[in-house]
Design a protein around this ligand. Structure first.
Ligand code: PLP
Length: 390
């Protein structure tokens, strides 16, 4: 190829057959062949070359999903990328590919709350035990390992409390004990962090967020190395967790500008962080303050920072809610990664243990997604609303 990834994203997936800049949306359940021999030939090819896009039925995908998978495989520098209908589908697929009844798994305490619900409660019904680790104290991984431990599930940074973690150390603990590793890399995306290259077996990104970038489609990707490929392939086949071609098209279209958008999200977030860092009642949960533990761990592994940050605010809850409610340019709603700014007050005490945060009664966490608006306007909006934080 020889070009940088930025250039690749703009030039890939052209359709020379139809003479269109973008790939066609191929919708299919039945895939038709010229003869019975032709069907057999394709089936044999798909066994020999399982990542090559040889399909005999629509559930396996079409050229549209194959195109997206190939682009993401390149971005991830992985062996293969599986596509699921939502980001959470990729979380589910990663866990159910390698974990079986009787096994144990170790999960980051500040994990995305649906992931916590799945691992803490739902897996119990399959006789799978989950232990949680403190993201800043890896002895809590080591001390929880038993002969039954099958998987370490990392989310970096932690959901809503944004702890960066010593990823290479986690991988080396896992390798020493022959344990599989998965990471939820939705915050950084492989544009800023390439987990498979670092040594993780599986890496999840919610395509709903920065990949699509326009808040109008849901999807997930699960990048894998060669070691786990067959296990994930089997689980994918029997769960039927696959992204549809229309969604794959929209995610591919979003990816064209992933680099441009993320660079700008970062620039805007840094400007907002710089403004907020001067406020006495706010502690930034964002890799901003040079020399802090989070900054150092972020710097060690990441090429950049995205637009999602937390504010740890010391003030009465009613003031914090007033602050959020008076923001005019920030929408109130779930998800993030689109072009627009969002704000949410997080009921952090209901999301896992998080006792290591040592939150006092009058400390609250607000999550901001810094969008692509003019940062001057965002800062002005924040400045106006911060008058409620006393
Ligand atoms: C949003 C999100 C998910 C789930 O993605 P969906 O596409 O909404 O299912 C998983 N992990 C993290 C960290 C997320 O932010």
């Amino acid at each position: 190829m020889g070009y940088s990834f930025k250039t690749f994203l703009k030039h890939t997936a052209k359709d020379f057959h139809n003479q269109s800049v973008n790939p066609p949306v191929v919708r299919a359940s039945t895939i038709i062949f010229k003869s019975m021999q032709d069907i057999r030939k394709t089936q044999k090819k798909s066994i020999k070359d399982p990542t090559g896009g040889h399909y005999d039925y629509g559930r396996q995908g079409t050229s549209t999903t194959h195109t997206l998978s190939k682009i993401l495989t390149k971005l991830e520098e992985s062996y293969h990328v599986f596509l699921t209908p939502t980001g959470f589908g990729s979380v589910f697929l990663a866990i159910f590919s390698v974990v079986r009844p009787g096994d144990e798994i170790i999960v980051a305490d500040p994990v995305y709350s649906p992931t916590r619900l799945l691992t803490k409660d739902y897996l119990k019904e399959f006789n799978i035990k989950t232990k949680f680790y403190n993201p800043h104290d890896l002895s809590t991984i080591k001390n929880n390992i038993s002969k039954k431990t099958k998987l370490i599930f990392v989310e970096c940074p932690g959901s809503n409390s944004f702890e960066f973690q010593d990823l290479s150390k986690i991988i080396s603990i896992a390798k020493k004990n022959k344990i599989f590793t998965a990471i939820d890399n939705t915050w950084g995306t492989p544009y800023f962090l390439k987990p498979i290259k670092l040594g993780f077996d599986m890496s999840i990104v919610s395509a709903t967020k920065y990949y699509s970038g326009h808040s109008d489609v849901m999807g997930g990707s699960l990048a894998v190395n060669k070691k786990v490929f067959k296990k994930v392939q089997l689980a994918e086949k029997i769960t039927g967790l696959r992204m549809g071609p229309d969604d794959a098209y929209l995610v591919t279209r979003g990816l064209r500008t992933l680099d441009v958008r993320l660079d700008r999200h970062q620039l805007n977030a840094m400007k907002v962080a710089s403004f907020l860092s001067k406020h006495k009642k706010i502690k930034l949960l964002y890799p901003f303050k040079k020399g802090s533990l989070n900054y150092n761990l972020w710097k060690k592994y990441y090429k950049g920072a995205s637009g999602l940050m937390g504010l740890r605010i010391k003030s009465a809850k009613k003031n914090v809610i007033k602050f959020v409610n008076s923001l005019k340019l920030f929408g109130y709603g779930y998800s993030w990664g689109g072009f627009e700014s969002l704000a949410l007050h997080q009921e952090i005490r209901e999301q896992g243990d998080r006792s290591y945060l040592n939150l006092s009664k009058d400390e609250h966490i607000v999550r901001l997604h810094i969008g692509l608006e003019d940062p001057k306007d965002l800062i002005e909006d924040l400045r106006r609303s911060l008058k409620f934080i006393k």
